[in-house]
Design a protein around this ligand. Structure first.
Ligand code: HEM
Ligand code: NAG
Ligand code: NAG
Length: 325
């Protein structure tokens, strides 16, 4: 075989491999030719919404997490069912604040006006989740694109896929591992609790009914527990919520980890990251060095965005994020 022929065969093989595997893989410039401005269109819509209400930031970030952990990052969480049995209707969705849904729906409408039928709702949500982190002072990172929207959204498929605030380190680590995320990713992503709110019911047990010997969870710093008791008395209404980071609730920073060092984690699942000796060194590192937290968070968000994605010809590109085509 001549040198030239061999070389062109080799090039051909390489091309085929790239094309075939490229179909199943996300990449940053996926919309380069079909919707080159998609990121700036989404950013404008997110910015407008954040200026209206800060809740946009935590609501969108948490929406992305919940979407990815149930059926993968495929916008299944956005589907609205007339029968009230879609993913978003599951009891676990409590406080998936409406502003997160609204952000994605508006951003998608802006994108549809410029590039109809091209960009998935799953990708719009992934871009918006990065943008709210940046807009609140967190790290920027390149979002991989090319997700397709899922065709399944069922409330009964949520249970067991989302972490609970009372989980210990082992259970948390297992749940994240099921999603190809390490314990290190889990610790970094928990830093999202540096912004946003929690309803009193999610941690009331730690204040009033921890155990027979002590009603207050002893891993709480006492003044912090007292502050929470004032905000969340026993008979508090179901709509009352507190800031998860009491010091800088609207800034994406590493104060979440510094709070853990002082016994000021809101959930058991937060405080356990410090109490458990296996995860404590990472918490200490992030508390001492914000840029190492930012690097880790950015890298883990990219990994989170790969969970269970549909690509190529799977799924669909939804026209309206709340309904299958
Ligand atoms: C590690 C396990 C995790 C547990 C157990 C957990 C649990 C919770 C709970 C119980 C709430 C309060 C909901 C409420 O009652 O209002 C909450 C809020 C929140 N979570 Fe997590 N979460 C975890 C991981 C994550 C991750 C990985 C992210 C994103 C990357 C995230 C982002 C948020 C945000 C931003 C809020 C505030 C929502 C708002 O203000 O609307 N969480 N989380
Ligand atoms: C985890 O990674 C493996 C190997 O890349 C992949 O086959 C699997 O679908 C991934 N799981 C999830 C939930 O993304
Ligand atoms: C925002 C949202 O869709 N919330 C729903 C969460 O699930 C409950 C039922 O468990 C619904 O009543 C809420 O409307």
């Amino acid at each position: 075989m001549g040198m030239e022929l061999r070389r062109s065969l080799l090039v051909g093989v390489v091309l085929v491999v790239v094309v075939v595997s490229g179909e199943a893989q996300l990449r940053p410039n996926f919309y380069q030719f079909t919707c080159p401005k998609v990121e700036s269109i989404v950013r404008q819509a997110v910015l407008k919404k954040v200026r209206q209400t800060f809740v946009t930031v935590p609501a969108t970030l948490r929406l992305f997490f919940h979407d990815c952990f149930v059926e993968g990052c495929d916008a299944s969480v956005l589907i609205a069912s007339p029968r009230g049995d879609a993913e978003k209707d599951a009891p676990d969705n409590l406080s998936l604040a409406g502003d997160g849904f609204d952000t994605v729906i508006k951003a998608k409408q802006a994108v549809e006006a410029r590039c109809p039928g091209v960009v998935s709702c799953a990708d719009v949500l992934a871009i918006a989740a990065r943008d709210v982190v940046v807009l609140s002072g967190g790290p920027s990172f390149t979002v991989e694109l090319g997700r397709r929207d899922g065709l399944i959204s069922q409330a009964r498929r949520v249970a067991g896929h989302l972490p609970g605030p009372d989980f210990n380190l082992n259970i948390l680590a297992n749940l994240f591992r099921m999603n190809n995320l390490t314990t290190h990713d889990m610790i970094a992503l928990s830093g999202a609790h540096t912004v946003g709110f929690s309803h009193c019911s999610r941690f009331a047990k730690r204040l009033y009914a921890f155990g027979p010997s002590s009603p207050v969870d002893p891993s709480f710093n006492l003044p912090y527990a007292q502050l929470l008791m004032r905000a969340c008395p026993r008979d508090v209404g179901p709509t009352i919520a507190v800031n998860m980071d009491p010091f800088t609730p609207t800034v994406f920073d590493n104060v979440y980890y510094r709070n853990l060092l002082k016994g000021e984690g809101l959930f058991t699942s937060d405080q356990v990251l410090f109490s458990n000796l296996l995860s404590r060194p990472v918490v200490k590192k992030f508390a001492a060095d914000q840029s190492s937290f930012f690097r880790a968070f950015a890298a883990s968000m990219v990994k989170l965005g790969r969970v269970g994605v549909k690509t190529g010809h799977q799924g669909e590109i939804r026209k309206d994020c709340t309904a299958f085509n």
